[in-house]
Design a protein around this ligand. Structure first.
Ligand code: GDP
Ligand code: GDP
Length: 438
């Protein structure tokens, strides 16, 4: 079940990051008065009146000319329109309505997506000042007056967001469609893979050029099941300039990940593993999504005996922070092993939503603790009384223990591996929640 996505758009310095931090929680504050300061945090979890959603800050690049400003604003707006359920457009009371604001508002209006216009920096309580009414000219309905610094109006803003959120989906059934995000740095072959798949499989919905996100996602059906390939902000509709900006490719990846059941992390076989790959993979891992690593352009690699085995070993080291991830070697160009990719995706999706009965889980726990004794420290031995699965996507287990301190990472790893082996969990992270009990 993917969480709804709410995107924040707006010119630099209107207060997007301040608002973002206010809504997500103070612990992430990384606001700085200096323009151009890198603000890595682009998404966060938000909860209001019991509804959870992901908030994404699409801004963060400081353009130095008006031309660039406008083109960057278009990219932001496009990203939001493609991937968000609700868009918050932030403007600034002090600077008034600018030409860029009007342009962006028009773009957003045409998209038909729900847009909430807010006017930030309305710091005084009570009736908003006269300048506030100017923002009605943007044609996005009643603006919400907020002060991100003080927090005024943010409750009203969140109420409006909630009103626009789609109905909560029920837990998906076994045979349902698997949503797949193909993520990776520019030029690894993401669009080639989508095109290759779309060409070889029966496409249920053709990708009619349109503005709604459903129209650009590709739905395919094959002998492994039904899949939706999530196309966030134009795998097809490419933008040469912004494609090279790392922040945008990370943003795209993040937006796709939020909506996915399974993430295909693409690596370029000719380049090997890079820093940016680890960043993108880390996002999927943190989000608790099922993952598969696809090493693309395998056709272009000069191969000798053992080339694949050697590369696999190296990649297993690179991905040691997510050792559960299956690694496949394929070619989007020739179509080699694309079948295998679907099979692996399906297994990973099943693992990610697996629910293990408490009785069976505790049998495994009993066997595991009998085989390898839990650790001791100064005469105290770790006791794990009981285990139960609290949630799925990813499988999350609550362990009741006598002492959390004694439950060392290595023993958690051992238990995790026993559970993985017993239930055939592959391609998904699992989480442990440790509770102490006397
Ligand atoms: P961003 O570039 O849109 O992410 O903007 P920032 O969040 O970095 O904010 C830009 C500047 O506006 C900073 O100096 C903030 O302190 C200031 N700012 C943000 N929100 C408010 C607000 O509600 N009231 C006032 N007076 N200043 C604000
Ligand atoms: P994206 O930016 O990740 O969407 O990458 P593209 O799909 O646009 O591919 C970038 C380049 O890599 C293009 O020139 C493709 O033709 C090439 N490419 C993609 N997949 C393969 C492959 O499997 N083998 C080879 N040899 N080239 C590929």
């Amino acid at each position: 079940m993917s969480k709804p996505v709410v995107a924040v758009v707006g010119r630099p310095n209107v207060g997007k990051s301040t608002l973002f931090n206010k809504l997500v929680g103070q612990r992430l504050s990384i606001v700085d008065d200096t323009p151009g300061v890198t603000r890595d945090r682009i998404y966060g979890e938000c909860e209001w009146c019991g509804r959870k959603f992901t908030l994404i800050d699409t801004g963060g690049i400081e353009p130095n000319t008006n031309d660039i400003l406008l083109s960057q604003m278009r990219v932001q707006a496009q990203l939001a329109m493609d991937a968000a359920d609700v868009i918050i457009m932030v403007t600034d009371l002090h600077s008034g309505v600018t030409a860029t604001d009007s342009e962006v508002a028009t773009m957003l209006m045409k998209s038909g997506r729900p847009v909430i216009l807010c006017v930030n920096k309305c710091d005084s309580v009570g009736e908003p000042p006269a300048e506030f009414y100017e923002f009605y000219n943007l044609g996005l309905g009643d603006p919400v007056a907020i002060s991100s610094v003080h927090g005024h109006g943010t409750g009203d803003l969140l109420d409006q967001v909630l009103a626009y959120l789609p109905e909560e989906e029920a837990e998906t059934a076994e045979d349902e469609v698997v949503r797949v995000a193909i993520i990776g740095k520019p030029n690894v072959g993401k669009s080639s893979l989508v095109n290759c798949i779309a060409g070889e499989n029966r496409c249920i919905v053709s990708d009619i050029a349109g503005t709604t996100r459903d129209a650009i996602d590709t739905e395919v059906e094959n002998k492994y099941g039904k899949f939706i390939l999530i196309d966030t902000a134009g795998l097809r509709r490419k933008n040469k300039v912004t494609d090279q900006i790392e922040r945008y490719s990370v943003l795209r990846a993040q937006m796709a990940i939020e909506r996915a059941d399974v993430c295909v992390i693409m690596i370029d076989a000719l380049e090997g593993f890079t820093e940016q790959d680890s960043k993108v993979a880390g996002l999927a891992h943190e989000a608790g999504k099922a993952c598969v690593v696809a090493v693309n352009k395998w056709d272009a690699v000069e191969k000798e005996t053992g080339t694949m085995a050697a590369m696999r070993t190296r990649l297993e080291e690179d991905f040691s922070f997510m050792s559960y991830v299956p690694i496949l070697f394929l070619s989007a160009k020739t179509g080699q092993r694309i079948d295998g990719l679907f099979e692996t995706i399906q297994q990973a999706a099943a693992s990610n939503r697996m629910r293990i009965a408490t009785g069976v889980l505790n049998d495994v726990l009993a066997q595991a603790t009998a085989r390898v004794q839990p650790p001791t420290d100064k005469g105290h031995r770790l006791k794990i009384y009981y285990m139960t699965q609290a949630s799925t996507r990813p499988p999350t287990f609550v362990c009741f223990v006598n002492s959390a301190e004694l439950f060392h990472f290595s023993y958690q790893r051992y238990l995790e591996n026993r559970i993985r082996e017993t239930f055939g969990l592959s391609g998904t992270p699992v989480r442990f929640i440790i509770r102490e009990r006397d």
